[in-house]
Design a protein around this ligand. Structure first.
Ligand code: C2O
Ligand code: CU
Length: 489
């Protein structure tokens, strides 16, 4: 029986463990990796791509014994992979079949704030919310999850998560592995803690804690998964969809792999590495080369670099975890390529900077302030580039996520960012005391009254108030007032 590890914060660094089990050696890898279905869509008379999503409660069998009570989108756990092309107009009908309010936020998407699915777009029980926007960003692996203020951790933990993949011609021209579920494989990685009745243990009531840390790893909702490899090159779209747990991905034989894309799309070129650290909310596309007939495991390893900075406070994160086994067929087809050049590098480093801001994250606050639904912290001007300097000032695990834009990491402690931070990002790990300078270009979608969020993506921190709000202003506009709560029906 799995137990939960809860990590206390509040400045004391205490943690406790109940029946914590090291999953190494306990995973049989006897279940085929579930591939989330692609969301069906239709095309409206006006040419928009239309998706219908139903949020529902259900039961999911993760392991022998009782089924687990879960939430899902168009199913009992997780949701379909939504795919749309750059330039397309998308329309979604999101029905809330729960008996409580929730929302769906399109993490990483550039879109009008009113369509963002954040805390100001709750969907009442039984109601249908219909956001629509024009997809206008590079090919990328984005995702969706609830964002109701104070409930995001709980709703996401129950299972409301899916991928939102954007395609474009530039990426397609590269001949990367791109057959969904065959050599282009989504991997939604989550930790979960099960109780003795196979139920997810719910919120552990530790004020200021990191929230629930599970000791069992699900990939696309599969516990102990294997994936049968049929091609020499396989692209994995990794999403850290855990509430709090970071992963330091690597393979059991220490082989290298190529990072080709970060949150906002392709890097300038592949970066070969044997480890990749992803904090909650971050994505990475990696390409792995397989030999016929071999079997290797994707794992999470202790991280000397980040674990060192966080050690003592994060002992529970330093386990080696088994994630997925890859079983290569005796013959592998070999059609895809890994080009040396993938995309233009981010280009904001030389831009004129309209404003600089600094953000200090500590004690569930940003710059000493706790999130308030009706407080807009600042406005940014449409068409300008800003530089935001962000620091983790209390030594606990935090990261920083900004809605609406993909940003460029200009420097980390004054140095060029490491390769894995060289592309477009929307979420960045904040190693304690390092200064991250981010360049953000706010292009359009002005609305003086409807804010976008910036926050720590450890979901309990976000719920506990480590979040703020900004608006994008047109010329001459001033920061407005968040409209009184409006329900959608
Ligand atoms: Cu993935 Cu504001 O969130
Ligand atoms: Cu945090």
């Amino acid at each position: 029986i799995g137990g939960a590890v809860a990590l206390g914060a509040g400045g004391l660094g205490t943690y406790y463990a109940t029946a914590r089990r090291d999953t190494v050696g306990s995973i049989d890898f006897d279940t085929a990796l579930v591939i989330p279905p692609l969301a069906e869509s239709s095309v409206s008379a006006a040419g928009a791509r239309v998706f219908t999503l139903g949020i529902q409660a259900g039961e999911t069998a993760f392991k022998p014994g009782p089924a687990t009570r879960t939430w899902g989108v168009n199913g009992s756990y997780l949701g379909p992979t939504i795919r749309a092309r750059r330039g397309e107009q998308v329309e979604l009908a999101v029905h809330n079949g729960l008996d409580q309010e929730t929302s769906l936020h399109w993490h990483g998407m550039h879109l009008p704030a009113a369509m963002d699915g954040g805390p100001h777009q709750p969907i009442a029980p039984g109601a249908t919310w219909e956001p629509r926007w024009a997809v206008d960003q590079r090919a990328a692996t984005l995702w969706y999850h609830p964002h109701v203020h104070g409930e995001t951790a709980d709703h996401t933990y129950r299972g409301l998560t899916g991928l939102f993949v954007i395609d474009d011609e530039d990426a397609e021209a590269l001949n990367l592995p791109s057959t969904y579920g065959v050599d282009d494989v989504p991997m939604i990685v989550q930790d979960r803690a099960f109780d003795g009745d196979n139920q997810f243990t719910e919120r552990i009531p530790l004020a200021g804690s990191l929230g629930v840390i599970g000791d069992e790893i699900l990939v696309n909702g599969t516990l102990g998964p294997y994936f049968d490899v049929t091609t020499r090159l396989v692209r994995l779209r990794l999403l850290n969809a855990s509430n709090a747990r970071p992963y330091n991905f690597g393979f059991s034989d220490e082989r290298t792999f190529s990072l080709i894309a970060s949150d906002g799309g392709l890097l300038a070129g592949p970066w070969e590495t044997d480890r990749l650290y992803l904090s909650p909310g971050e994505r990475a596309e990696i390409v792995v080369a397989f030999e016929p007939g071999e079997s290797i495991e994707l794992r999470s390893y202790p991280s000397p670099e980040y674990g060192g900075a966080l050690s003592g406070r994060l002992d529970g994160f330093e386990d080696r975890l088994d994630i997925c086994r890859f079983r290569a067929a005796d013959t592998l087809s070999d059609d895809a390529e890994l080009p040396a050049a993938l995309a233009d590098a981010p280009d904001l480093a030389g831009a004129t900077v309209a404003a600089e801001r600094s953000f200090s994250l500590a004690a569930n606050k940003i710059n000493g302030l706790s999130m308030e639904m009706d407080r807009i912290d600042f406005g940014v001007r449409e068409g300008t580039v800003e530089v935001w300097e962000v620091v983790n000032d209390n030594g606990y695990l935090h990261n920083f996520h900004v809605h609406d834009v993909q940003f460029q990491v200009l420097t980390v402690d004054g140095e060029q960012p490491p390769p894995h931070l060289s592309g477009w990002k929307d979420t960045v790990l904040l190693v304690p005391d390092r200064r991250y300078r981010l360049a953000l270009h706010f292009t359009d979608h002005t609305d003086p009254d409807m804010p976008y969020m910036f926050h720590c993506h450890l979901l309990q921190h976000e719920d506990d108030g480590m979040m703020g709000q900004f608006v994008v202003l047109g010329e001459g506009e001033k920061v407005g007032t968040v409209p009184a709560r409006h329900d959608h029906s």
